[in-house]
Design a protein around this ligand. Structure first.
Ligand code: T46
Length: 130
């Protein structure tokens, strides 16, 4: 499978909820970068690329959006709407994301520093590498 859904352990009581993500048992790789995205209009399509080496865990910390993942043979749409789960996208998966709610905040935990040479932005090139 080219992705998996991680279910995080939630500490919660009357004061609210908390998720802690630590390297090791809780998390599939060492985190080298965190970024987050918000203020994207509903019908905008972001992404449209794959990564050679980078793995990421995507968490919709507020609101919701859809990730469309394509491994070259099949496509799946994953609706993210909970801060208690993460979408682990492995290497060499074409991703697009769209259908943003107005309050959507997407936090991404990445295995590598930002590196434009890791991106495959041409779909035909992506398919050739399969
Ligand atoms: C991914 C999806 C889920 C940086 O300067 N540093 C960074 O760490 C990132 C991620 C981006 N940027 C710059 C590069 C562009 O000038 O921010 C601008 C927007 O980046 P991009 O068009 O790549 O954004 P998305 O939303 O299409 O894709 C991002 C990640 O780049 C990508 O790895 O998987 O989110």
């Amino acid at each position: 499978m080219h992705y998996e859904i991680l279910k995080f352990s939630v500490k919660g009581d009357h004061s609210g909820s908390l998720v802690a993500l630590e390297k090791g048992a809780d998390f599939p790789f060492e985190i080298n970068r965190v970024y987050y995205i918000w203020g994207t209009e509903k019908n905008i399509v972001r992404g449209r690329h794959a990564h050679k080496k980078l793995e990421q865990v995507v968490v919709c910390t507020a609101g919701s959006c859809d990730f469309i993942l394509d491994n070259g043979a099949q496509k799946e749409t994953i609706h993210l709407s909970s801060p208690s789960e993460g979408l682990h996208i492995k290497q060499n998966v074409w991703r697009e994301f769209t259908n943003f709610s107005t309050d959507c905040v997407v936090m991404v935990l990445a295995s590598e520093h930002y590196n434009e040479t890791d991106y495959i932005r041409d779909y035909d090139e992506f398919l050739k590498g399969k």
